[in-house]
Design a protein around this ligand. Structure first.
Ligand code: G16
Length: 541
């Protein structure tokens, strides 16, 4: 393999004095520090593609929910999954290597993974709407081309669209057509089909979409044209005035538990927010008492799981590995109890990061996985698909409708990754069939009061969580303090973990009352600040 061009082009992408680490969803930090990482991830994508017999690998330039000045890069494996975890170490090593060691580092990956370098590599790339994404994407392309890879550039797309393109290309079109039009047609056709199966006379309220001033607004508007006869979507925060993710978007709405700027919300309006690269969605509304109410990833997971369960039951379909839900420690305790105790649907807890949830969801025939922040989807095993298809042949009249709905629901799901647009259509389908408002959806169970905060510390890596991130292994003093204070409040739970996308420690607290939750959250935040060298203002009592 010829590395001469890498050496020559690498001179244009010198590595700054930064210790880059592969985080929850790739590399993410201030955009002006990322040029060398982008070039190098282009190189890595080529090696990954060669290792996968020339299958296309995706590279998405985005910092998703982070503030506008940040940027980042996510890598997509051949079937739309996130980069295999065993390769994250290669990504980190390549990003960390000095300019002079870079070629050796690449050669090490080639020999460690036994890569056939004569295979032609294929890489597909895309980016979000951040201004600097164009320059960073061009560095990715330069990396790909420096190692002789072929690069297909999709320009501005949502992250889930890029995952979809990768899957379509690698399945020779059986998942769909690898174009934007193909994407919109696949999901809008499935939605329209479901609408007709459910009852073409039924309607649902228009939806008010907060596009986070990002790519979700642009693409959401295109999608709305395809389904305009069936669902009206009014797009707000479309980037014409506001700043990406500032005071708006799914992360803002979830973290602050308040409506985004830029949307006028009347009582019981159906509102939703995407994040900066449109892979997350949360719903929200104002109840009859004029109070803001959030319908987050937990509420979406229970809604979708209950719909699927109901249809499976009507159709009389029993699955060997069943239907299950995967959540993270951030899931509201009420949602987990509701799923387990009321719905009889098993719940598995995974570490934060959709890659971990996706992996655990594979242990069910139908795995509904969602993070509380609205990131998730549903995956169906081949066995589940086959059972549903064969049930169609033997179904009685009553069962037939349920089977057809289930099968169209599968087509409406972007199984490759959490996708705000596909998830939105899944939710809208359930609301349409049940003819319910957000308020009645919300009545399924009552969330425990909860608070998610961020604490800035000198080095967040001093905190080492356990496997599922529910407890801190180091510093032990911090976990002892959390244990002591949690005991003081009924139904209380709290945990802390270093973020893998932002330079902060996240603090989660929930308890029976809002007052107890606020006290618990403030106490734990101050413990993090005091024990882990907090920077900036000490959290208030
Ligand atoms: C990414 C991951 C999500 C994760 C989120 C926050 O989302 O894909 O699974 O929940 O980061 O992670 P952390 O708490 O480690 O910062 P996104 O939408 O920002 O790409």
């Amino acid at each position: 393999m010829d590395f001469t061009v890498v050496t020559k082009n690498g001179l244009n992408h010198p590595k700054p004095d930064i210790k880059f680490t592969y985080g929850t969803a790739g590399f993410r930090m201030k955009a002006d520090l990322l040029d060398s990482v982008m070039f190098r991830m282009g190189l890595l994508a080529v090696l990954r593609s060669k290792c996968k017999e020339g299958k296309s690998i995706g590279v998405m330039v985005t910092a998703s929910h982070n503030p506008e000045p940040d940027n980042g890069v996510k890598l997509v494996d051949p079937y739309g999954e996130m980069l295999e975890q065993s390769w994250e170490k290669h990504a980190t090593k390549i990003a960390q290597s000095s300019d002079t060691d870079l070629v050796q580092c690449l050669q090490d990956v080639v020999s460690e993974e036994n890569i056939n370098t004569s295979v032609t590599a294929n890489v597909v790339v895309g980016m979000d709407t951040r201004l600097v994404s164009t320059a960073l994407l061009s560095s990715v392309r330069e990396g790909v081309e420096s190692l002789g890879g072929q690069c297909k550039d999709y320009g501005v797309v949502s992250t889930p669209q890029l995952h979809y393109f990768v899957t379509c290309i690698n399945t020779n079109g059986s998942y769909g057509e690898p174009t934007e039009e193909g994407y919109f047609k696949k999901f809008s056709n499935a939605f329209i089909k479901l609408h007709n199966l459910i009852g073409s006379n039924l309607t649902t309220r228009p939806s008010k979409l907060d596009g986070a001033n990002g790519v979700g607004a642009l693409k959401g508007r295109v999608l709305s044209k395809y389904i305009s006869e069936y669902l009206k979507i009014d797009v707000f925060n479309d980037g014409t005035n506001g700043i990406l993710n500032k005071g708006c978007g799914a992360d803002f709405v979830k973290t602050n538990q308040k409506a985004p700027a830029g949307i006028e919300m009347e009582v019981n309006d159906k509102c939703l927010a995407y994040d900066g690269d449109a892979d997350r969605v949360v719903y929200f509304y104002k109840n009859s008492e004029n109070k803001f109410k959030l319908l987050d990833g937990d509420k979406i997971a229970t809604l979708i799981a209950s719909f699927i369960k109901e249809k499976l039951d009507i159709a009389g379909i029993q699955l060997d590995k069943g239907l299950g839900v995967v959540q993270t420690a951030y899931a509201n305790g009420s949602s987990t109890n509701y799923l387990n105790d009321k719905m009889g649907v098993p719940v598995t807890i995974a570490k934060t990061g959709v890659k971990h949830l996706h992996h655990k969801a594979l242990s069910y025939d139908i795995g509904v996985y969602f993070e509380a922040n609205g990131h998730g989807t549903v995956i169906y095993s081949d066995n589940a698909k086959a059972r549903i298809a064969s049930a169609a042949k033997t179904a009685t009249n009553d069962q037939k409708r349920a089977v057809e709905i289930l099968s169209a629901f599968i087509d409406l799901t972007n199984e490759t990754v959490g996708d705000a647009m596909s998830d939105m259509l899944l939710v809208e389908t359930v609301l349409l069939e049940r003819q319910i408002t957000c308020e009645s959806w919300d009545r399924e169970y009552t969330d425990l009061p909860n608070k998610l905060s961020k604490v800035a510390v000198k080095d967040r890596r001093v905190i080492q969580p356990n496997e599922d991130e529910t407890r801190v292994l180091q510093p032990t003093e911090l976990q002892d303090k959390i244990d002591q204070v949690v005991k003081l409040f009924p139904k209380a739970r709290s945990f802390v973990r270093p973020s893998g996308t932002e330079d902060v420690v996240r603090v989660y607290a929930e308890a029976e009352t809002a007052e107890a939750t606020a006290k618990l959250s403030a106490f734990v935040s101050r413990c993090v600040y005091d024990i882990c060298n907090g920077v900036g203002d000490r959290p208030q009592a």
